[in-house]
Write a protein that binds this ligand. Structure first.
Ligand code: AMP
Length: 176
């Protein structure tokens, strides 16, 4: 599936720590036709057009912004703590070691709006599920999410399905 795009992703072993195979999308972004094809195919993979895209900081902003532009819809920023200037809501979520938090402007995704989450990669799904919880907490409807890369062995895509969200990924890599 999308072997041409997969060939543009660079794998860096043992980054940021031993045992992790880091799937580096910067090499895909450097390839103009490859980046354009990734966004076109991401847009085509969506089951229905959303009202808004929600990009997760930081690499989710890159794919999210391009996808929102492709679809002609607005972009919600799901940011790390204390980055957004207006009134925000936030969700804490567990990382392998420790905790993280994402925040959203309270007026960014109106109740009833259909929002598609976007990130570069889904691994355990913890980040995307926190994003969905944040959006749903404000009344938005989240039924689909788009990723450039899925790591299916880590189970995140399955966890999203169990939460009522259909994950769309351009490519998959086995292992961690
Ligand atoms: P998770 O919350 O476990 O689904 O992790 C997803 C987030 O962590 C995404 O924002 C990714 O950018 C990043 N991430 C996790 N694992 C990798 C990996 N092997 N290579 C590159 N990025 C990763």
């Amino acid at each position: 599936m999308n072997e041409d795009l997969k060939a543009l992703v660079r794998t860096i072993p043992d980054y940021p720590k031993p045992g992790i195979m880091f799937r580096d999308i910067t090499t895909l972004l450097l390839d103009g036709p490859g980046f354009a094809a990734a966004i076109t195919r991401m847009a085509a993979s969506l089951a229905m057009p959303p009202d808004l895209i929600a990009g997760i900081e930081a690499r989710g902003f890159i794919f999210g912004a391009a996808l929102a532009r492709e679809l002609g819809v607005g972009l919600v920023l799901l940011r790390k703590q204390n980055k957004l200037p207006g009134p925000v809501s936030g969700v804490n979520y567990a990382l392998e070691y420790g905790q993280d938090r994402i925040e959203m402007h309270d007026d960014a995704a109106p109740a009833g709006s259909r929002v598609c989450l976007v990130d570069d990669l889904i691994a355990t799904g913890g980040t995307a599920l926190a994003g969905a919880q944040l959006l749903r907490g404000g009344g938005a409807v989240v039924t689909q999410a788009a990723f450039a890369i899925d790591l299916p062995d880590l189970g995140g895509a399955q966890r999203l399905r169990e939460a009522g969200i259909t994950p769309h990924s351009l490519m998959a890599f086995s292992g961690h």
